[in-house]
Unconditional design. Structure first.
Length: 160
């Protein structure tokens, strides 16, 4: 049964100031007994965040309707400073590109996340963001951290 992620209760409050913060939390969760409250495993969450980071450098097939493009200036500040809301549904090519396969292990996802963070820390250029358009490197990284916060909030310590 698919979980409606908009209404999930019990998520963690997560805040990342840097990619180091993200990786430290990911490493801790990977080496702890956890449960995920949404539809994805821990490995899938790591892989999805890694794909988002990689797409910030390489680009993505995500496209948005014209009215979203018009609203970009209004959305930008919120999306760079506040954790994203859950429940957004990708469709079409973006879904194929961004939704991880069900079989990705925690170790595989964590390895992908480590590699993607390394690229983001060393590569200067950023591709246009599928939702917000052209962003500076700092803005792009902030968006990726807000995206990671939302997904990692679904990872909680398992009941003993």
């Amino acid at each position: 049964m698919t979980v409606q992620t908009k209404s999930v209760k019990g998520r963690r409050t997560v805040s990342y100031q840097s990619f180091d913060d993200l990786l430290a939390d990911a490493e801790e969760m990977a080496h702890s007994v956890v449960q995920t409250l949404g539809n994805w495993s821990l490995g899938q969450i790591f892989q999805h965040i890694a794909t988002g980071l990689e797409s910030s450098i390489d680009g993505s097939p995500m496209t948005v309707p014209w009215f979203i493009k018009l609203a970009r200036p209004l959305m930008k500040k919120r999306f760079l400073t506040k954790t994203l809301s859950p429940g957004f549904q990708l469709s079409g090519r973006a879904r194929e590109f961004m939704v991880p396969v069900a079989t990705v292990s925690t170790a595989e996802g964590l390895d992908a996340l480590r590699l993607a963070v390394s690229r983001c820390e060393t590569e200067q250029e950023r591709a246009p963001n599928g939702l917000l358009g052209r962003l500076s490197r700092e803005e792009s990284d902030q968006f990726q951290l807000r995206h990671a916060e939302m997904h990692m909030s679904f990872v909680v310590p398992a009941d003993e």
